[in-house]
Design a protein around this ligand. Structure first.
Ligand code: SF4
Ligand code: SF4
Length: 404
């Protein structure tokens, strides 16, 4: 599969013009789309010749955001995001010496132990306190803990900043073998942001209920969907993990799951069926269930940052934009739709500096539209674009426009 993907490349370089990590990495070609395809070629040759253990190439692939912007402009139909994913899977599957990423290993170990990548204890997940659900309904709200995690990622990176690069890598190696250590970073969470995120989740519930939906919620024991395991190339672990999550949801009685973020939606809808035998859950995004909502236009002008998983995948998903349009005068960034620019979020735990540069670039582009607020429909985008707190979640805007 990797051979098929890299074999199509004609080395024109068009993909470099849209790859967000290339300028953010100071035009280090190996951290750009074409460099990753060339590196994919080189990795295959090295594996064939048995010299892969002498290579130091993993940063090229691990720094890819999997945004798929490159695919949209490639005349040969190459997806450097897929190349990066396949290369990471090869590195992990063959355990290629010297190329394991310590942060990836740390995340995988914590996810397998705690069913979420940062070891967040269920006791600290209290966003739904006081809300009423229709327990027993086979429609199940599945947050996948994505909103909840975002208050913790900044804290982990602050610990890394304080420790420095060398010590951080050593710590990541220790956590990979003793995942409980990751819980120390929980005290560094951003409590004010956590309040904002919890409020967005509560607004999602209120919106769904105001639109006439009835659903249950499994509570703080609900597991994270395993996105990182898949994205980082740990496919054997992902398969085991996805089956655990599916078992949890089935045991809970779910027939249809209502997801609240684009990553979980995409993963559960498109990837789970490949890894879970007999996967039979219907997967929807909560915006699909808001047609009965009474929305009045506010006097705001907002710019919508489109999540890559909604607009740079094969099927564009535009329901969030339609809803936001009903709630406020809406503009789009200079790069939007199939030319969308990623927020940098997927790199936040592995390459925080690179992620920050990508997000700064996107933030400036969004603000340049003159809109007073940025609105997005993804907690990862929200966390990465929350500079000066000018960014908010679609659910908060819709709640305001529906007087909830
Ligand atoms: S745009 Fe496509 S063909 Fe051109 S260098 Fe990039 S991957 Fe290769
Ligand atoms: S998927 Fe995104 S980050 Fe990765 S190579 Fe393509 S454009 Fe660059």
């Amino acid at each position: 599969m990797l051979q098929n993907e890299v074999g199509k490349c004609i080395s024109c370089g068009f993909c470099e013009s849209v790859c967000p990590t290339l300028p953010a990495a100071g035009y280090d070609l190996w951290k750009g789309a074409r460099g990753r395809v060339i590196m994919g070629h080189e990795l295959l040759n090295a594996v064939r010749e048995g010299r892969e253990g002498n290579m130091d190439i993993s940063d090229s692939f691990y720094s890819c955001l999997d945004c798929f912007a490159c695919l949209q402009v490639c005349p040969a139909g190459v997806n450097a995001g897929v190349v990066s994913h396949l290369a990471r899977s090869l590195i992990v599957g063959k355990k290629i010496k010297g190329n394991q990423n310590p942060y990836a290993e740390m995340i995988v170990a914590a996810t397998m132990k705690y069913m979420n990548p940062l070891g967040i204890p269920a006791s600290s997940d209290n966003w739904a306190e006081g809300l009423k659900f229709d327990q027993g309904s086979t429609d199940v709200l599945y947050t996948g803990k994505m909103y909840q995690l975002m208050a913790y990622t900044g804290g982990l990176n602050r610990v890394r900043d304080m420790a420095g690069d060398h010590v951080s890598k050593l710590m990541a190696g220790i956590i990979a073998n003793h995942p409980s250590v990751i819980r120390m970073s929980a005290s560094q969470r951003d409590r004010s942001f956590q309040k904002q995120l919890n409020n967005s989740l509560r607004n999602i519930v209120k919106l769904l209920q105001a639109a006439g939906n009835h659903f249950s919620y499994p509570g703080p024991m609900e597991p994270y969907p395993g996105t990182f395991l898949y994205d980082l190339g740990y496919l054997a672990e992902f398969e085991e993990y996805a089956n655990r999550v599916y078992g949890f949801l089935k045991e809970y009685g779910a027939k249809r799951i209502i997801t609240v973020d684009p990553h979980t939606y995409d993963l559960m809808k498109h990837t789970y069926p490949e890894f879970v035998d007999g996967f039979d859950l219907e997967v929807v995004f909560y915006a699909d269930l808001l047609s009965g909502l009474n929305i009045s236009k506010t006097d705001r002008t907002v710019v919508y940052h489109e999540p890559c998983h909604f607009v740079l995948r094969e099927d564009s998903y535009s329901t969030p934009l339609e809803l936001i349009n009903r709630a406020a005068d809406t503009v789009l960034a200079p790069r939007n739709g199939k030319r969308n620019r990623c927020c940098g979020g997927p790199d936040e735990l592995i390459f925080p500096d690179l992620s920050d540069k990508v997000s700064q670039e996107r933030y400036s582009e969004l603000i340049s539209t003159g809109a007073s607020e940025i609105v997005t429909a993804c907690p990862i985008c929200l966390a990465n674009l929350s500079k000066e707190r000018k960014t908010r979640d679609m659910a908060d805007l819709l709640a305001e426009a529906s007087s909830l």
